[in-house]
Design a protein around this ligand. Sequence first.
Ligand code: MG
Length: 384
Amino acid sequence: MTSCFALVVAAGRGTRLGGPLPKQYLPLGGVPLLRHTLKVLASHPGISRVGVVIHPDDRALYDEAAQGLDLLPPVAGGAARQDSVRNGIESFEKDAPDRILIHDGARPFLSHEVIDRILAALDEGPAAIAALPIRDTVKRAQEGVSVDTLDRASLWRAQTPQGFRYGEILQAHRAAKGSDLTDDAAVAERAGLPVRLVEGSEENFKVTTGDDLLRAERVLAQALGDIRTGQGFDVHEFGPGEHVWLCGVLVPHSHGLVGHSDADAGLHALTDAVLGAISAGDIGAHFPPSDPQWRGAPSWKFLRHAADLVAKAGGMIAHADVTLICERPKIGPHRDAMVARIAEILAISPGRVSVKATTTEKLGFTGRSEGLAAQAVATVRLPL
Ligand code: MG
Protein backbone atom coordinates (compact mmCIF):
# COMPACT_ATOMS: atom_id res chain seq x y z
CA MET A 1 0.00 0.00 0.00
CA THR A 2 1.43 3.34 -1.12
CA SER A 3 1.26 6.07 1.51
CA CYS A 4 0.59 9.68 0.58
CA PHE A 5 0.73 12.75 2.82
CA ALA A 6 -0.64 16.16 1.87
CA LEU A 7 1.16 19.38 2.75
CA VAL A 8 -0.91 22.56 2.70
CA VAL A 9 1.00 25.80 2.31
CA ALA A 10 -0.73 28.50 4.35
CA ALA A 11 2.15 30.60 5.68
CA GLY A 12 1.69 33.60 3.37
CA ARG A 13 0.61 36.97 4.69
CA GLY A 14 -1.79 37.52 1.79
CA THR A 15 -1.63 41.29 2.03
CA ARG A 16 -2.98 41.77 -1.51
CA LEU A 17 -6.54 41.53 -0.25
CA GLY A 18 -5.74 44.39 2.09
CA GLY A 19 -7.90 43.10 4.95
CA PRO A 20 -6.95 42.50 8.55
CA LEU A 21 -6.56 38.76 8.00
CA PRO A 22 -4.26 36.76 5.73
CA LYS A 23 -6.44 35.57 2.85
CA GLN A 24 -6.42 31.89 3.80
CA TYR A 25 -8.21 32.79 7.04
CA LEU A 26 -10.87 35.07 5.55
CA PRO A 27 -14.40 33.74 5.94
CA LEU A 28 -15.80 31.80 2.99
CA GLY A 29 -19.34 30.57 3.52
CA GLY A 30 -18.93 31.57 7.15
CA VAL A 31 -15.86 29.47 7.94
CA PRO A 32 -12.16 30.19 7.34
CA LEU A 33 -11.23 29.65 3.69
CA LEU A 34 -8.41 27.33 4.72
CA ARG A 35 -10.90 24.99 6.41
CA HIS A 36 -12.55 24.20 3.06
CA THR A 37 -9.16 23.28 1.62
CA LEU A 38 -8.22 21.11 4.60
CA LYS A 39 -11.52 19.22 4.52
CA VAL A 40 -11.09 18.24 0.86
CA LEU A 41 -7.63 16.79 1.48
CA ALA A 42 -8.43 15.18 4.84
CA SER A 43 -11.46 13.39 3.35
CA HIS A 44 -9.65 11.86 0.35
CA PRO A 45 -9.21 8.11 0.89
CA GLY A 46 -5.80 8.09 -0.83
CA ILE A 47 -4.32 10.65 1.59
CA SER A 48 -3.34 9.26 4.97
CA ARG A 49 -2.19 12.43 6.76
CA VAL A 50 -2.48 16.18 6.21
CA GLY A 51 0.00 18.73 7.56
CA VAL A 52 -0.07 22.51 7.25
CA VAL A 53 2.70 25.11 7.11
CA ILE A 54 1.57 28.29 8.85
CA HIS A 55 3.01 31.64 9.88
CA PRO A 56 3.77 31.43 13.62
CA ASP A 57 1.72 34.60 14.25
CA ASP A 58 -1.35 32.84 12.83
CA ARG A 59 -1.55 29.99 15.35
CA ALA A 60 -4.88 31.09 16.85
CA LEU A 61 -6.40 31.60 13.39
CA TYR A 62 -5.10 28.22 12.32
CA ASP A 63 -6.53 26.48 15.39
CA GLU A 64 -9.95 27.91 14.57
CA ALA A 65 -9.70 26.84 10.91
CA ALA A 66 -8.52 23.33 11.81
CA GLN A 67 -10.90 22.72 14.72
CA GLY A 68 -12.10 19.15 14.88
CA LEU A 69 -10.09 18.01 11.85
CA ASP A 70 -7.58 15.19 12.22
CA LEU A 71 -4.35 16.91 11.12
CA LEU A 72 -0.65 16.69 11.93
CA PRO A 73 0.69 19.46 14.21
CA PRO A 74 1.26 22.64 12.13
CA VAL A 75 4.77 23.53 11.02
CA ALA A 76 6.25 27.04 11.08
CA GLY A 77 6.91 28.53 7.66
CA GLY A 78 10.10 30.24 6.53
CA ALA A 79 11.05 33.54 4.90
CA ALA A 80 9.88 32.62 1.39
CA ARG A 81 7.33 30.12 0.06
CA GLN A 82 10.11 27.74 -0.91
CA ASP A 83 11.48 27.78 2.66
CA SER A 84 8.01 27.14 4.05
CA VAL A 85 7.46 24.16 1.78
CA ARG A 86 10.88 22.73 2.61
CA ASN A 87 10.11 23.00 6.34
CA GLY A 88 6.85 21.16 5.74
CA ILE A 89 8.45 18.41 3.67
CA GLU A 90 11.18 17.97 6.28
CA SER A 91 8.52 17.63 8.99
CA PHE A 92 7.24 14.44 7.30
CA GLU A 93 10.67 12.84 7.22
CA LYS A 94 10.21 10.63 10.31
CA ASP A 95 7.04 9.15 8.77
CA ALA A 96 8.65 8.93 5.32
CA PRO A 97 5.51 8.66 3.18
CA ASP A 98 5.98 7.28 -0.33
CA ARG A 99 4.35 10.35 -1.87
CA ILE A 100 3.48 13.91 -1.04
CA LEU A 101 0.91 16.30 -2.48
CA ILE A 102 1.75 19.98 -1.98
CA HIS A 103 -1.26 22.30 -2.17
CA ASP A 104 -1.95 26.03 -1.77
CA GLY A 105 -4.14 26.74 1.24
CA ALA A 106 -5.97 29.43 -0.76
CA ARG A 107 -7.35 26.97 -3.36
CA PRO A 108 -10.50 25.81 -1.55
CA PHE A 109 -12.30 24.15 -4.48
CA LEU A 110 -9.90 21.33 -5.13
CA SER A 111 -11.86 18.25 -6.17
CA HIS A 112 -11.18 14.62 -5.35
CA GLU A 113 -11.13 13.96 -9.11
CA VAL A 114 -8.07 16.20 -9.57
CA ILE A 115 -6.35 14.46 -6.65
CA ASP A 116 -7.19 11.08 -8.24
CA ARG A 117 -5.58 12.15 -11.53
CA ILE A 118 -2.38 13.24 -9.80
CA LEU A 119 -2.14 10.05 -7.75
CA ALA A 120 -2.68 7.99 -10.93
CA ALA A 121 0.08 9.92 -12.73
CA LEU A 122 2.44 9.30 -9.79
CA ASP A 123 2.15 5.58 -10.58
CA GLU A 124 3.96 6.40 -13.82
CA GLY A 125 6.59 8.93 -12.76
CA PRO A 126 8.13 10.91 -9.89
CA ALA A 127 6.19 14.17 -10.31
CA ALA A 128 2.76 15.26 -11.52
CA ILE A 129 0.94 18.58 -11.22
CA ALA A 130 -2.53 19.93 -11.94
CA ALA A 131 -2.47 22.33 -14.88
CA LEU A 132 -4.76 23.89 -17.47
CA PRO A 133 -4.07 24.79 -21.09
CA ILE A 134 -4.17 28.47 -22.03
CA ARG A 135 -7.15 29.34 -24.25
CA ASP A 136 -6.36 33.00 -24.80
CA THR A 137 -3.70 34.15 -27.24
CA VAL A 138 -0.65 35.12 -25.25
CA LYS A 139 1.28 38.31 -25.95
CA ARG A 140 4.70 39.38 -24.80
CA ALA A 141 4.71 43.10 -24.21
CA GLN A 142 7.16 45.87 -23.48
CA GLU A 143 5.87 49.08 -21.92
CA GLY A 144 2.31 48.25 -22.84
CA VAL A 145 3.03 47.43 -26.47
CA SER A 146 2.80 43.90 -27.80
CA VAL A 147 6.08 42.82 -29.30
CA ASP A 148 5.46 39.12 -29.83
CA THR A 149 2.70 36.48 -29.99
CA LEU A 150 3.66 33.27 -28.23
CA ASP A 151 2.71 29.77 -29.29
CA ARG A 152 0.09 28.97 -26.68
CA ALA A 153 -0.02 25.28 -27.63
CA SER A 154 2.97 24.65 -25.40
CA LEU A 155 1.87 26.94 -22.55
CA TRP A 156 0.04 25.76 -19.42
CA ARG A 157 -1.16 27.38 -16.21
CA ALA A 158 0.23 25.45 -13.25
CA GLN A 159 -2.10 24.84 -10.31
CA THR A 160 -1.73 22.80 -7.18
CA PRO A 161 -1.77 20.07 -5.94
CA GLN A 162 1.66 19.20 -7.14
CA GLY A 163 2.49 15.59 -6.37
CA PHE A 164 5.89 13.99 -5.95
CA ARG A 165 7.63 10.90 -4.77
CA TYR A 166 8.59 11.97 -1.27
CA GLY A 167 12.29 11.15 -1.22
CA GLU A 168 12.94 12.81 -4.56
CA ILE A 169 11.21 16.11 -3.79
CA LEU A 170 12.88 16.21 -0.36
CA GLN A 171 16.30 15.95 -2.02
CA ALA A 172 15.32 18.43 -4.73
CA HIS A 173 14.17 21.00 -2.17
CA ARG A 174 17.31 20.61 -0.10
CA ALA A 175 19.41 21.10 -3.24
CA ALA A 176 17.37 24.15 -4.31
CA LYS A 177 17.70 25.95 -0.96
CA GLY A 178 18.26 29.65 -1.53
CA SER A 179 16.97 29.75 -5.11
CA ASP A 180 13.79 31.73 -5.56
CA LEU A 181 11.40 29.37 -7.34
CA THR A 182 7.65 30.02 -7.34
CA ASP A 183 6.35 26.47 -7.33
CA ASP A 184 7.49 22.99 -6.41
CA ALA A 185 7.36 21.75 -9.97
CA ALA A 186 10.15 24.25 -10.69
CA VAL A 187 12.14 22.72 -7.83
CA ALA A 188 11.61 19.27 -9.36
CA GLU A 189 12.52 20.50 -12.85
CA ARG A 190 15.73 22.00 -11.45
CA ALA A 191 16.59 18.53 -10.10
CA GLY A 192 15.94 16.98 -13.51
CA LEU A 193 12.70 15.21 -12.52
CA PRO A 194 10.14 14.87 -15.30
CA VAL A 195 6.95 16.68 -14.23
CA ARG A 196 3.81 15.26 -15.80
CA LEU A 197 0.87 17.62 -16.33
CA VAL A 198 -2.60 16.33 -15.48
CA GLU A 199 -5.89 18.12 -15.99
CA GLY A 200 -6.66 20.62 -13.23
CA SER A 201 -9.96 22.45 -13.02
CA GLU A 202 -11.16 26.03 -13.49
CA GLU A 203 -12.82 25.90 -10.06
CA ASN A 204 -9.49 25.09 -8.46
CA PHE A 205 -8.50 28.75 -8.63
CA LYS A 206 -6.37 30.55 -6.09
CA VAL A 207 -8.10 33.19 -3.99
CA THR A 208 -5.78 36.15 -4.25
CA THR A 209 -7.90 39.27 -4.82
CA GLY A 210 -11.19 40.59 -3.49
CA ASP A 211 -12.80 39.57 -6.81
CA ASP A 212 -11.54 36.02 -6.28
CA LEU A 213 -13.18 35.95 -2.87
CA LEU A 214 -16.52 37.06 -4.34
CA ARG A 215 -16.17 34.40 -7.03
CA ALA A 216 -15.41 31.84 -4.32
CA GLU A 217 -18.59 32.82 -2.44
CA ARG A 218 -20.59 32.41 -5.68
CA VAL A 219 -19.06 29.01 -6.40
CA LEU A 220 -19.78 27.84 -2.87
CA ALA A 221 -23.35 29.17 -2.86
CA GLN A 222 -24.00 27.40 -6.15
CA ALA A 223 -22.39 24.16 -5.05
CA LEU A 224 -24.31 24.13 -1.75
CA GLY A 225 -27.61 25.12 -3.30
CA ASP A 226 -29.77 22.45 -1.64
CA ILE A 227 -31.01 24.42 1.36
CA ARG A 228 -32.72 22.46 4.13
CA THR A 229 -34.41 23.51 7.33
CA GLY A 230 -34.88 21.33 10.39
CA GLN A 231 -36.65 22.00 13.68
CA GLY A 232 -36.31 20.48 17.11
CA PHE A 233 -38.15 20.62 20.42
CA ASP A 234 -37.19 19.31 23.84
CA VAL A 235 -38.36 19.45 27.44
CA HIS A 236 -36.67 18.56 30.71
CA GLU A 237 -38.12 18.57 34.19
CA PHE A 238 -36.60 20.56 37.03
CA GLY A 239 -35.31 18.52 39.96
CA PRO A 240 -32.83 18.80 42.80
CA GLY A 241 -29.58 20.59 42.00
CA GLU A 242 -27.71 23.89 41.99
CA HIS A 243 -27.15 24.43 38.30
CA VAL A 244 -28.44 23.58 34.84
CA TRP A 245 -26.65 23.05 31.54
CA LEU A 246 -28.21 25.17 28.81
CA CYS A 247 -26.80 25.57 25.30
CA GLY A 248 -23.50 24.13 26.52
CA VAL A 249 -23.12 26.65 29.37
CA LEU A 250 -23.28 25.91 33.09
CA VAL A 251 -25.91 28.22 34.61
CA PRO A 252 -26.29 28.46 38.41
CA HIS A 253 -29.91 27.85 39.44
CA SER A 254 -32.06 26.88 42.42
CA HIS A 255 -32.77 23.54 40.69
CA GLY A 256 -31.17 21.13 38.31
CA LEU A 257 -32.66 19.51 35.23
CA VAL A 258 -33.57 15.83 35.24
CA GLY A 259 -32.44 13.73 32.33
CA HIS A 260 -30.40 10.81 31.20
CA SER A 261 -27.57 12.96 29.84
CA ASP A 262 -26.73 16.43 31.20
CA ALA A 263 -30.36 17.36 30.27
CA ASP A 264 -29.32 20.34 28.15
CA ALA A 265 -32.66 20.92 26.43
CA GLY A 266 -31.21 23.72 24.26
CA LEU A 267 -28.56 21.50 22.72
CA HIS A 268 -31.00 18.58 22.43
CA ALA A 269 -33.49 20.69 20.48
CA LEU A 270 -30.71 22.01 18.25
CA THR A 271 -29.28 18.53 17.68
CA ASP A 272 -32.73 17.37 16.55
CA ALA A 273 -33.03 20.41 14.29
CA VAL A 274 -29.71 19.64 12.58
CA LEU A 275 -30.60 15.96 12.25
CA GLY A 276 -34.00 16.96 10.88
CA ALA A 277 -32.44 19.20 8.24
CA ILE A 278 -30.48 16.27 6.82
CA SER A 279 -33.33 13.76 7.36
CA ALA A 280 -31.16 11.70 9.69
CA GLY A 281 -33.64 10.66 12.34
CA ASP A 282 -33.65 12.04 15.87
CA ILE A 283 -31.33 12.30 18.85
CA GLY A 284 -32.84 9.22 20.48
CA ALA A 285 -32.04 7.07 17.46
CA HIS A 286 -28.37 8.14 17.50
CA PHE A 287 -27.94 8.17 21.29
CA PRO A 288 -30.48 5.76 22.81
CA PRO A 289 -31.37 6.64 26.43
CA SER A 290 -31.22 2.88 27.07
CA ASP A 291 -27.48 2.91 26.33
CA PRO A 292 -25.57 3.39 29.61
CA GLN A 293 -22.65 5.10 27.85
CA TRP A 294 -24.77 8.28 27.46
CA ARG A 295 -25.62 8.50 31.19
CA GLY A 296 -24.61 12.02 32.26
CA ALA A 297 -23.02 12.61 28.86
CA PRO A 298 -22.22 16.22 27.93
CA SER A 299 -24.70 17.13 25.22
CA TRP A 300 -22.15 18.93 23.06
CA LYS A 301 -21.15 15.44 21.92
CA PHE A 302 -24.63 14.92 20.46
CA LEU A 303 -24.57 18.24 18.62
CA ARG A 304 -21.02 17.67 17.36
CA HIS A 305 -22.12 14.28 16.00
CA ALA A 306 -24.98 15.90 14.09
CA ALA A 307 -22.59 18.54 12.72
CA ASP A 308 -20.17 15.80 11.67
CA LEU A 309 -22.97 14.11 9.71
CA VAL A 310 -23.59 17.40 7.86
CA ALA A 311 -19.87 17.67 7.11
CA LYS A 312 -19.76 14.06 5.90
CA ALA A 313 -22.58 14.87 3.51
CA GLY A 314 -20.38 17.68 2.14
CA GLY A 315 -22.67 20.34 3.58
CA MET A 316 -22.47 23.22 6.02
CA ILE A 317 -24.65 24.60 8.79
CA ALA A 318 -25.71 28.05 7.67
CA HIS A 319 -27.63 29.10 10.76
CA ALA A 320 -28.84 27.85 14.13
CA ASP A 321 -31.59 29.53 16.14
CA VAL A 322 -32.52 28.34 19.64
CA THR A 323 -35.39 29.57 21.81
CA LEU A 324 -35.34 28.68 25.50
CA ILE A 325 -38.74 28.76 27.21
CA CYS A 326 -38.69 29.22 30.98
CA GLU A 327 -39.44 31.66 33.80
CA ARG A 328 -36.11 30.98 35.49
CA PRO A 329 -33.13 30.93 35.21
CA LYS A 330 -32.71 34.26 33.45
CA ILE A 331 -31.02 33.60 30.12
CA GLY A 332 -29.91 37.14 29.21
CA PRO A 333 -26.69 37.19 31.27
CA HIS A 334 -25.59 33.90 29.64
CA ARG A 335 -26.77 34.48 26.10
CA ASP A 336 -23.41 35.59 24.63
CA ALA A 337 -21.62 32.63 26.21
CA MET A 338 -24.26 30.27 24.81
CA VAL A 339 -23.91 31.71 21.31
CA ALA A 340 -20.12 31.39 21.53
CA ARG A 341 -20.32 27.81 22.81
CA ILE A 342 -22.74 26.66 20.11
CA ALA A 343 -20.59 28.33 17.44
CA GLU A 344 -17.59 26.49 18.84
CA ILE A 345 -19.35 23.11 18.87
CA LEU A 346 -20.60 23.58 15.31
CA ALA A 347 -17.32 25.20 14.13
CA ILE A 348 -19.20 28.11 12.55
CA SER A 349 -18.98 31.82 13.25
CA PRO A 350 -21.02 33.25 16.16
CA GLY A 351 -22.82 35.46 13.63
CA ARG A 352 -24.57 32.29 12.41
CA VAL A 353 -25.92 31.40 15.84
CA SER A 354 -28.88 32.86 17.71
CA VAL A 355 -30.08 32.15 21.24
CA LYS A 356 -33.32 33.71 22.42
CA ALA A 357 -35.45 33.28 25.52
CA THR A 358 -39.09 33.72 26.35
CA THR A 359 -41.54 32.90 29.13
CA THR A 360 -45.06 31.55 28.84
CA GLU A 361 -46.47 34.29 31.07
CA LYS A 362 -46.58 31.90 34.03
CA LEU A 363 -48.91 29.57 32.09
CA GLY A 364 -48.43 25.84 31.67
CA PHE A 365 -45.62 23.66 32.97
CA THR A 366 -42.90 26.16 32.07
CA GLY A 367 -44.93 28.93 33.69
CA ARG A 368 -45.19 26.90 36.88
CA SER A 369 -41.43 26.22 36.64
CA GLU A 370 -41.97 22.47 36.62
CA GLY A 371 -39.69 22.22 33.66
CA LEU A 372 -38.00 24.02 30.83
CA ALA A 373 -38.56 23.74 27.07
CA ALA A 374 -36.41 24.57 24.07
CA GLN A 375 -37.12 24.98 20.38
CA ALA A 376 -34.56 25.20 17.61
CA VAL A 377 -34.37 25.74 13.88
CA ALA A 378 -31.29 24.83 11.87
CA THR A 379 -30.59 25.81 8.27
CA VAL A 380 -28.24 23.50 6.43
CA ARG A 381 -26.78 23.80 2.93
CA LEU A 382 -26.07 20.55 1.12
CA PRO A 383 -24.43 19.90 -2.26
CA LEU A 384 -26.86 19.94 -5.18
MG1 MG B 1 -33.58 16.01 25.96
